[in-house]
Design a protein around this ligand. Structure first.
Ligand SMILES: Cc1cc2nc3c(=O)[nH]c(=O)nc-3n(C[C@H](O)[C@H](O)[C@H](O)COP(=O)(O)O)c2cc1C
Length: 175
């Protein structure tokens, strides 16, 4: 249905826009959503990874994240995206950490100029939803247009296809 020519022509899918799905995921939940969005939207997908791995132990990563977010630290990233300028629409995905996005997302937008781009946030969480991440994103990317975000509970990521489609439709992104 989403690939037929007639439905493409009748939908509001931004055919002429170049799309990137960029995401950070520590334990895999956000990665599932990122791939589902990429499957629906096409374009490119990029995993944001820090050079230094976060601890696997929950209490340890919670503490590391707390310190990073409190201090404004921006961890070095393992790889850079090629030609970020080519993209018009950036889906940005992350787990909600301390009610906002993890520090590597901050590094990502400090290395890549988001001026004039459309940014569409999505997160996975365990109760906080998007928290204050959207307003933090707006502060981080003041010259971008930040659209309504999607928040999915970590334990529901494999059942989120419908929620993703409804959200994309609301944003006018469906074919
Ligand atoms: C360091 C850390 C901080 C977290 N802080 C929050 C939070 O403030 N609110 C919340 O709802 N969930 C919080 N969580 C839960 C994660 O957002 C949730 O498990 C998410 O689905 C993990 O995504 P991932 O598998 O892509 O890393 C936190 C998890 C970690 C590891």
């Amino acid at each position: 249905m989403f690939s037929s020519k007639s439905s493409r022509e009748s939908g509001s899918f931004p055919e002429d826009k170049k799309i990137l799905v960029a995401y950070f995921s520590h334990s895999g939940n956000t990665q599932v959503i990122a791939h589902q969005i990429n499957k629906n939207m096409g374009g490119d997908i990029f995993e944001i990874q820090s050079v230094q791995h976060y601890p696997v132990d929950y209490n340890s990563v919670v503490e590391v994240a707390r310190q990073e977010l409190r201090s404004g630290y921006m961890p070095a990233l393992r790889s850079k995206i090629d030609n970020f300028n080519q993209y018009d629409i950036i889906f940005i995905g992350y787990p909600c950490w301390w009610s906002t996005f993890p520090a590597p997302v901050k590094t990502f937008f400090s290395e890549n100029d988001s001026s004039g781009k459309i940014i569409i946030p999505f997160c996975t969480h365990e109760g906080s939803g998007l928290g204050r991440s959207v307003s933090d994103l707006k502060n981080l990317c003041p010259k971008a247009k930040v659209l309504d975000g999607l928040a999915i509970r970590g334990s529901y990521v494999k059942m989120a296809q419908n929620d993703i489609m409804m959200w994309l439709r609301r944003l006018g992104m469906t074919r």
